[in-house]
Each structure stands twice: as structure tokens, then as C-alpha cells.
Design a protein. Structure first.
Length: 81
């Protein structure tokens, strides 16, 4: 294991998690969550769990992001403000 890579990845994961909670735009939040999922994919791959990493990349960074963005575009506001 490369400890410096682990620490850097964990720091970026923590940063993206906080950023996902703080961002006000829904599309930006979906993109930040996709980055979070991709960083988790890198962490799983570095730890040697390649099957978990592949599943995280396919489902977390891929399909979930597409579903979130599609849902955001399909919804409308009820008020005009």
C-alpha cells in the first residue's frame, strides 16, 4: 500500500463530501457526488478490491449520476420565484 496516496485520496474524499453538503446548486451537487464516488473507486482499487472498485465505478459514478441529473432536469418548480 502506498500510504501517501491513501492519505491524499482520503483527504479528497473528505473534501468532496463536505463540498457536496455545502453546494447550493443541485446539478453541482450531483457532479460532486459523482467525483466522490470516483474517488471511492480509486480507493477500493488501491486497496486491492478490484471487483468492488469496478462496481462502484459503474453504479456510483456512472448510473447514479445519470439518474440524478435526469431527475433534476425532469422536475419543475411549482412557483415562479
Amino acid at each position: 500500500m502506498i500510504w501517501s496516496l491513501d492519505i491524499l485520496t482520503l483527504g479528497l474524499i473528505l473534501l468532496t463530501a463536505i463540498l457536496a453538503l455545502r453546494v447550493r446548486d443541485l446539478i453541482s451537487a450531483a457532479v460532486v457526488l459523482s467525483v466522490y464516488s470516483f474517488l471511492m473507486c480509486l480507493l477500493w482499487a488501491e486497496m486491492g478490491a478490484v471487483d468492488v472498485s469496478f462496481t462502484e465505478a459503474a453504479v456510483g459514478a456512472g448510473v447514479s449520476t445519470v439518474f440524478l441529473i435526469a431527475t433534476i432536469y425532469k422536475t419543475t418548480r411549482r412557483t415562479s420565484d
